[in-house]
Write a protein that binds this ligand. Sequence first.
Ligand SMILES: *Cc1c(COP(=O)(O)O)cnc(C)c1O
Length: 388
Amino acid sequence: MSAPLIYFDNNATTALDPAVVEAMLPYLTSFYGNPSSAYSFGSRVGRALETAREQVAALVGCEPDELIFTGSGSEGNNTALNSALLADRDRRHVVTSSVEHSATKNFCDRLARRGFEVTWLPVDSAGLLDLDELRAAVRDDTAVVSLMWANNETGVLFPVEEAARIARAKGAHFHTDAVQAVGKIPIALGDSAVHFLSLAGHKLHAPKGVGALYVHRRARFTPFVIGGGQENARRGGTENVASIVALGKAAELAATHLREEQTVVRPLRDRFEQGILSQISDTEINGDPTERLPNTTNLFFRGVEGEALLVLLDKAGVCASAGSACTAGSIHPSHVLTAMGFSAERARASLRFSFSRFNTIEEVDRVLPILTSAVAKLRAMLSSTVAA
Ligand SMILES: *Cc1c(COP(=O)(O)O)cnc(C)c1O
């Protein structure tokens, strides 16, 4: 019998909470009506969407009608940037950071090729953003500033509230990719200066392929997906009802478990991290150790090929991530770690471990010796190659 799976890759996606599955199932079986239909079999489904909207609104502290359900976090990011650029055609400048998720990064790359001007703000060696650099970058023709709330590779947090005020003072829109932050740290949009915020279900124990975009009630908004009058005519396409119900339930559960991110998940992460730093020589944390999500650690194992380490972990049933994309056989080092000033070599020798409330101390204690011997094995191979 193979070893039970140990899943330490919760920033890639998460397991569905069983209560979430239970909540969504009736909308895959009994209640298949179209939420836009006028008869009661449809309107009952429509009401389920509104309950979900209230549940998500409660988690991020906004009004339910400020939320548009989307098909993903990526769609939210694309929609927000697109809308901000259409609000004032004279503003053709975009400010973002050099460590954004590909859903923002590649969209902005494309904007640059289409003649928009993009400023990529740097981060320091801890992955932190300098607000003075942001102040200097925002101009009178800046359409939108897009900065992630929490980095998916390192967990490092950006000072989003202050950044939003800086953008707003110049009349620019402010968008935050909060896909990794929602459900892990408290978010209260209330009277914040944020215009747009994206979130995704599958990072908080709801299914893949569903998300939400917060649009401040006074922000100008232009739809990205044009279709029927769904979502108050802000996003065409019949809603993914079962997944939206699931997202609502997951948001409600995230709110009740929010404190545990600090009292349960953080201690797991810290135990794991301290275990590695004390038991394995030549290891370091990538990213600021305090200004960071409670569930994420990104660790440098000097002299180790991260991809090889992942293979050994996989053989032992342990899921983690290199935080780098494999394209056509060539492994590109993480753009996040290189933006922090680390060499390609260090980036390739780094792995991300990300935890959730479904992980246990027993799992942490089971993985530590597996990791220790895998690193020792790879380092021994390296030194014998060097010797030969
Ligand atoms: C996962 C992730 C996304 C993309 O969300 P999808 O729903 O997979 O499109 C965007 N931003 C961050 C920070 C993420 O971690």
